[in-house]
Write a protein of this length. Sequence first.
Lengths: 290, 263
Amino acid sequence: MAAFLKFLFQSRNELESGGRNSLPVQEDASEPEKVCPNCHKSIPLSRLWANENTCSCGYHFRMSALQRIAYIADEDSFSEMFSDVTTQDPINFPGYQKKLELTRISSKEDEAVICGTVRIGGVKCCIFIMEQYFMMGSMGTAVGERITRTFEYACEHRLPVVGYTVSGGARMQEGLFSLMQMAKTSGAVKRHSDLGLFYLVILTDPTTGGVTASFAMEGDVILAEPGATVGFAGARVIEQTTRKTLPKGFQTAEFLLDHGFVDAIAPRTIQKDMIASLLKLHTEGEEDEQ
Amino acid sequence: MNSNTAYEKVKIARSNKRPTSVDYIDNLLTDFIELHGDRRFADDGAIVGGVARLDGKPITVIGIEKGRNTKERMQHSFGSPNPEGYRKALRLMKQAEKFHRPVLCLVDTSGAYCGIGAEERGQGQAIAENLMEMMTLKTPAISIVIGEGGSGGALALSVSDRVWMMENAIYSVISPEGCASILWKDSAKAADAAANLQLTAQDSLTNGLIEKIIPEEKIGEEEFYASLKQQLIDEFSVLCEMDTTELLEQRYQRFRKIGSTEL
């Protein structure tokens, strides 16, 4: 009887079973695959991309700034700003110009952050997304200037700011000029905050050094992607300096949540909804002015 | 500048024969009363702070202290503050704001403390908060890099209206050894890195990142402190005359213009 009922109610095609729950995936034997470092399964790239670069086991792969805009922005709502701001190589550091040139070719980006305005769940906001494929998202004068201008623009137009951080820290090839970007960006965040405007941070893997010690930790609400490494000093440096074994899960997003430095973990599957809800909760009454 | 000169300065800046923050406090100020603790977790020995008088007027002083002998250096964590140190500093700055007294910061650190506890208690967050809060602190502040100005750990006490450096002090985004080992996989190239990082007081002044260099010929002597004291009195009197809005706007622009292409 049970078998008969099961036969009777089994879905006969994809539509009956509720349709595909992801974008159409064309299984192709020759399609490139990526192995998940967590569950060790092979995932076809098309499936990976259709799921915002996450594995079904929950592992979050890193992604480029443009990929993020694609899944976080309302369709055609992103408009880039300050892309003309590039570094002047302030201390003429040996090999830096060459390195920049090569990085620009390989990453197809001019700098380690993309800024602009966007709508997320219908709410207009300023956004900055750091780019790990550009010198590991390190912060030099151009990154500092772009982020500062983003906050200043947001002050002028009374907009909230959403910021995605990924960074190895300050860019040492720009010496003290890059360190000063921590103070400069923090000043801009403070002005934005003092106007009563909302700043939401999403920490992504990895966020470290001078970025952690400035605008990454200055949000009104700080979210983090599952498993993301977030810290100030590098784990290896700490291990070498202290000669102590690091606790399990040290400097992960979950570790920061436990210690009270992150508001919530935001898996990509529900991230846009979380961001949209938070933006709506913080912009009621502001909408008319936009 | 050739490599020797820059790296020589790094060595001088780190020398344990140099006066430390407590020497400056003893010689520049009177009636110093040390105030301890961050009111949240602990008292960090790496930061020595409190109230005192400069030329008879109340002032808040906050210094990163390395210690003058092995025992002291242990007590002061070798001048590398933990998050509670930065939070103590911020507490004292907020107190200075409340009681309308200026703030003097003495900076001397190889960097913020690097350890498991420091990360657990939010080293990054503690520094970030200081950067934000110092930018709008409604009272004048002067920071002097007296030895090592090591990266974010030094910047957390240096978002001030004026930043001065001792003639042989250094101020850098990364230690020359760290830079050499990351970029060239060879920490022995530290001297090259030191020269290329432009970390000396002279470089910082040329690059427009500090306002003044304090000569060191008579460092530690009565004359040295007398001259520095007079310079502080003069500068604070200028800053204290300023309207708060103007003071904060100038402070914002002081940092805002760094690395800006248009302004």
